[in-house]
Design a protein around this ligand. Sequence first.
Ligand code: NAP
Length: 288
Amino acid sequence: MSAELIDGTTTARRVREDIAKSVAELVAAGGTVPGLATVLIGDDPASHVYVRNKRRACAEVGIRDHHRHLPADVDQATAAALIDELASDPAVSGILLQLPTPGHLDAEALLALIPAAKDVDGLTTANAGLLAQGRPGLRPCTPSGIIVLLDQYDVPLRGAEVVVVGRSALVGKPMAQLLLERDATVTTCHSRTRDLSAVCRRADILVVAAGIPELIGPAAVKPGATVVDVGIHRRDTGLCGDVDTAAVAEVAARITPVPGGVGPMTIVMLLANTLTAARRQQGMAGRP
Ligand code: NAP
C-alpha cells in the first residue's frame, strides 16, 4: 500500500478535546451547559447502538444528555408533542431524531418540528436552504466532518477538481455544496451517470457515498488523488466501504480507511453542532 491513510480516529479525538475545552470555557464565561436531546423511537438494535454512542460522546465533552425514548407503537401526536416540548426547553440546545422511525410514523413531519437553531443533524429544510444559499446554519455532520479531515491533511480545496459519487440529502448533496463553498470545482455523480469511472478519474479529490460495497476500484482513480470513502458495509470478513481500499491505495496519494476514516468524524461533528447551537442560542457565538 502506498497511499497515506487519513486517520479519522485521531483527528476526531483532537476535535473532541477542543470541543471539551470550549464547552468548559462557555460555562466559565457564564453560559449554560449545552444539552443534546437524542430521541429514539422503538427498539431497532442498530439505532440503540448509534444513540448510545452519541450519548457517550456527549458525556465525554461535558454536553448534557437529555435522551428520550418512546415505545415503538407511539402515535404521531405523542411523538410530535415530545419534539415540541424539547423545542421550547431552553436547556436543550440540540435535538436529534434517530432515523429510521417505525413505519407508521411520518418522520418528515417530525423532523419539520425541529427548529432550525436546534437541528444539530442539519437535515431540516431550513438548514438545507441556508446551506444552498451559502448562509450560516447547522451543517450535516458527515460532510462537514469530511471537510475537517481534508483540512487536517492539508488537502487543497480551492480550484481542486472534486467528484462526489452520490446525491443523497444526508451526504452527497451537502458535500457538494460545502466543497463549492470552499471554491472547489465539483461534479456530482449518481446511479444514472454515464461512464462513472471516466468521470471519477478526473478527480483530484474523490468522495464516494454510493452505498455499494467496493464500487470504486483503481481504474476509477487518478494517480495521486485523495479518496474519501463514506460507505460502510458489514461483511463476514469485517467492515468495508464503497472503495476497494487495498487496490486503490496503490494509485491514490491519500485514502480514508473503513473503519477509522469518515465514521468517527460524524459523531464528533454532532458535538460540534451542539456546541455551536448552544452558543448561538445564548448570544455567545463569537466566544471560544
Ligand atoms: P443513499 O441515500 O442510498 O444514496 C446513495 C447515492 O448513491 C444515491 O444518490 C445514488 O444515486 C448513488 N448511487 C447508487 N448507485 C450508484 C452507482 N452505481 N453509481 C453512482 N452512484 C450511485 O446513501 P447515503 O445515505 O448517502 O449513504 C451512502 C453510504 O454512506 C452508505 O453506505 C451509508 O451507510 C454510508 N454512510 C456512512 C456514514 C458515516 O458516518 N461513515 C454516514 C452516512 C452514510 P441515485 O440518487 O440516482 O439513486
